[in-house]
Design a protein. Structure first.
Length: 173
């Protein structure tokens, strides 16, 4: 080497930022999903869950639809926040299930983990208190609270089976 020349090591390569020159952020990825109004306009006339009948309103069998009506207010596909109360039968046991959207926004893009199911108590007072706590206290679809309570009562009433009374064929004495 020649005297007076100093050899410096090569500088490290720069970190690879995102395409825009800025570092990638998770929040930017989460906000890239389509608006609920746009999704509703795309699926309102044709989707796999629509059930049409003559002289009846268009119904929907999608998970997360509280009334089963095909409308943007109750839609389980297009709405960002979903609410539904339904029953689930496992063998002889029947349970009441509350379906809601996942709290993390990133789950909206994963259809398998988008919806959360929560078991509700069958005792009326405790079950309605659970619905209140989930919906009203968390500011989660308070517009559907009264409808959710009514549906909870109807699902609970559907568990009561009619007792079959067998009349004797013999003539009374």
């Amino acid at each position: 080497m020649a005297q007076g020349l100093k050899v410096s090591p090569a500088p490290p390569p720069p970190e690879r930022p995102g395409a825009s020159g800025l570092p990638l952020q998770r929040s930017a990825v989460c906000n890239m999903s389509a608006a609920p109004q746009l999704i509703w306009e795309c699926v309102r006339k044709n989707n796999a869950f629509i059930r049409k009948s003559r002289n009846m309103p268009t119904m929907s069998a999608e998970p997360g639809n509280l009334l089963g009506l095909s409308s943007s207010k109750f839609s389980g596909i297009a709405a960002a926040k979903v609410l539904d109360i339904s029953s689930k039968k496992t063998g002889d046991k029947e349970t009441i299930i509350l379906t809601s959207s996942h709290k993390k926004g990133s789950r909206l893009q994963r259809p398998g983990s988008r919806l959360l199911t929560t078991g509700l108590k069958k005792q009326a007072k405790k079950g309605l208190a659970q619905v209140d706590k989930i919906v009203d206290a968390g500011f989660y679809r308070r517009d559907l609270l009264a409808i959710a309570k009514t549906k909870y009562d109807k699902v609970r009433a559907s568990f009561k089976k009619k007792k079959v009374v067998v009349k004797s064929r013999r003539a009374p004495k």
